[in-house]
Structures are given as structure tokens and as C-alpha cells.
Ligand binder design. Structure first.
Ligand code: PLP
Length: 368
């Protein structure tokens, strides 16, 4: 029976249905296990990790490995690049990942070529020299959309390991392994956990050698998730389809409202028909997600004031929770300088759309 992903997300990774079995997996609070089994030690495995990993693996079409954070997963994946190797990475992507690559480049461990990930020709040219192609789509916070099938195929043909940070799309809206990637990475802190109460990461691959290589790094670098965090993330993941449905329809509504507002100079949301990423996103995603960004005509002070004037929207970093959040990304020194100073990222939650717009509208009016 082929199941819809919204069913898989509810049922995957559960214990066998035998009398007295629990319906869901529980965290095991043990730092070690009795000898002669296949688990050995608490740094190598936990039932709560396994249940989450099986669920993510089934959704993405590979085998999952969970980590202490999205950055821990990213660091383990970047560690696959041979010393002296080259990483082709987006000019705009999550600033923490870009900073990690810069730090490694400064140490002489690898070199980085930054590209506009939405410009396939440039990516294809650059990846000829690459050992790893790092893709993020849609990108944080510029909301650019990469042509994943085209650039992933070029990356593989060039012998590069192709990685997609799928945090914004979630495993329900985009499956990069089916689009040609070798590894998918998630900040499970975001939509997967969904309640802004967990920091966790994941890597998923269908390639056994890559799986072993990433697992080896998790064991040796030791960035493992806590059992409680993994269990909370799995509990959150069970409702992802429902949360996304509401957050996405809220996002589409807000994107249109913002586009019509005289104070707003630009909105980026792949669900808007005139968005530069719309056609690509419609092809490779089954929905447009719940993040959007907008600008206020270059007025960074007004953008900052807007973020500080909302009553319902939480002024905080992060995204993917049930509660809507906003921030001016350039308030962070680490954010890429080509991200406009007045760009506000909206992480849309599951509240009533009218309440979200009313609060945003009053904040927009305050910010003039
Ligand atoms: N990738 C993306 C797209 C993110 O937005 C983030 C965090 O904001 C990360 C990776 C890093 O994940 P974490 O904060 O769980 O370490």
C-alpha cells in the first residue's frame, strides 16, 4: 500500500503492534546497555533517535541520523569534504552554515566558492571544481529557489557530494533525494519539532557509504541528541502535515496582503505567481512553505521598529513553530551583507490569519 506522506508522518517509526506494546516509542534514559547487543553505548543509539530517524528516513526516502542541532548535522556533513577540497555554496543561505564554511576556509581546511544558487549556469560551472555542492532551497532569508534537479545532476556528474538543506521546505513539501541529492540536512529545531522547544538536527541519505561516514562522525565528534529532545521532536513531527496546511494558507494570505500594502516595496514568497522562484517551486515542491520575507524600501530603522511593534507576532529569531515570529535578519552581525538591511523574515504560525494580518498591519503603520 502506497501511503500519502501525511499518513507516513503519523505512522512511521512506531513499535511493532504486539499485545501490550506501547503505541509510540519512548525515550530511553540510559547511558549504556547490557553487553552483547548491537547498541553498546548511549552515544551510539537510543530508541527515541531510532524512531525519529526511521520516520524521517521514510519521508525523505533514505536512512536518517539525528544530531544535537542542525549545525551539528551540517558540521558532520562538511567534515566529509577531503582536506584541501572545494565546497560550492550559496551566496545566501543560513548564516551559521556559511560562517562554518568560512571558518574552515580560514583554517585552510577547504576552499569555498559562493554562487547565486538560483543561477543554474553559474552553479554548473562552479561545481566542475567542487567536492561538495551545498544547496539550500528556498534560501534563508532571501527566499531564492534553486533548480535542484538540474544543479544536483551537474554536481553528481562532476563527482561532488550534493547536499540539500531542506529545513524551509520540510520533508513533506520537498524530497531532495528524489530530486538527485546525496544527502538531506534538516534543522529539526524548526518545522519538524514545531513548537520552539527543541534544538535538534538530522541528516538523511540513501547511500550506505555516506550513511556510515556520517555516523562515524556523529560517534567520534559526539554531537548526539538527548533522548528527550529526540522524543519531543518526533512528537512534534506527527502533526507536521496539519501544522503546515494552516501555516501555508496563512502565508499565502499574508503574502498577498503585504504585496498590496503601500509601505512594502518587495515581498518574496514562492507561492506568489509573480515571484521569480514560483515556477521552479511549483515543479519541485508540493507546497510553498510557511516562510516569507519583505522589505520596506531600504528603511532599516522602520523595519526594526516594525519588528519591535508587534503584539502577537513574537520578535525572535528561529522559525517553524506554531507561533508566528518575525525579525530583521541584518540585526545579526553574521548575516550576509548582501541581504537587504530592511529585510524582515516572517515565520508564519498557525494562528487565525485575520489576527496575524491585523497585528502586522498596525505594526506597519507604526513603522512609517
Ligand atoms: N539551516 C537552516 C536553513 C536554518 O534556518 C538553521 C537555523 O536557523 C540551521 C540550518 C541551523 O540549525 P540549528 O539552529 O538547529 O543548529
Amino acid at each position: 500500500m502506497t501511503l500519502d506522506p501525511s499518513t507516513v508522518v503519523v505512522h512511521a517509526g512506531r513499535p511493532e503492534r504486539v499485545p501490550n506494546a506501547p503505541v509510540g516509542e519512548s525515550p530511553v534514559f540510559s547511558s549504556t546497555y547490557v553487553a552483547d547487543g548491537d547498541r553498546g553505548y548511549g552515544r551510539f543509539g537510543n530508541d527515541a533517535w531510532s524512531a525519529l530517524e526511521v520516520t524521517l528516513g521514510e519521508l525523505e526516502g533514505g536512512r536518517g541520523l539525528t544530531f544535537a542541532s542542525g549545525m551539528a548535522a551540517a558540521a558532520a556533513i562538511v567534515d566529509l569534504v577531503p582536506v584541501g577540497g572545494r565546497v560550492v555554496a550559496p551566496q545566501h543561505a543560513y548564516s551559521g552554515v556559511l560562517a562554518l564554511l568560512d571558518q574552515q576556509a580560514e583554517q585552510g581546511r577547504l576552499t569555498v566558492t559562493r554562487v547565486d544558487v538560483a543561477d543554474s549556469e553559474t552553479v554548473i560551472q562552479a561545481v566542475e571544481e567542487g567536492d561538495m555542492l551545498w544547496i539550500e532551497s528556498p534560501t534563508n532569508p532571501a527566499m531564492e529557489v534553486a533548480d535542484i534537479p538540474v544543479i544536483a545532476a551537474a554536481g553528481r556528474a562532476a563527482g561532488a557530494v550534493v547536499v540539500v538543506d531542506n529545513t524551509f521546505a520540510t520533508p513533506l513539501l520537498q524530497q531532495p533525494l528524489q530530486l538527485g541529492a546525496d544527502i538531506v540536512m534538516h534543522s529539526a529545531t524548526k518545522f519538524i519539532s514545531g513548537h520552539s522547544d527543541v534544538v535538534l538536527g538530522a541528516a538523511i541519505t540513501a547511500d550506505d557509504a555516506l550513511y556510515e561516514a556520517i555516523d562515524l562522525r556523529r560517534r567520534s565528534l559526539g554531537a548526539i541528541p538527548g533522548p528527550m529532545e529526540a522524543w519531543l521532536a518526533l512528537r512534534g513531527l506527527r502533526t507536521l502535515a496539519l501544522r503546515l496546511e494552516r501555516a501555508q494558507s496563512n502565508s499565502a494570505f499574508l503574502a498577498e496582503k503585504l504585496q498590496q500594502h503601500p509601505r512594502v516595496s518587495r515581498v518574496r514568497y514562492p507561492g506568489l505567481e509573480d515571484d521569480p522562484g514560483h515556477e521552479r517551486a511549483a515543479k519541485q515542491m508540493s507546497g510553498f512553505g510557511a516562510i516569507l520575507s519583505f522589505e520596506l524600501g531600504g528603511d532599516a530603522a522602520a523595519a526594526q521598529k516594525l519588528c519591535e511593534s508587534t503584539k502577537l507576532w513574537v520578535h525572535a529569531t528561529s522559525l517553524g513553530g506554531v507561533e508566528s515570529m518575525l525579525e530583521r535578519r541584518r540585526r545579526w552581525a553574521l548575516e550576509v551583507p548582501t541581504i537587504p538591511d530592511d529585510l524582515i523574515r516572517l515565520a508564519v504560525g498557525i494562528e487565525h490569519p485575520d489576527d496575524l494580518w491585523a497585528d502586522l498591519e498596525q505594526a506597519l503603520n507604526t513603522a512609517t
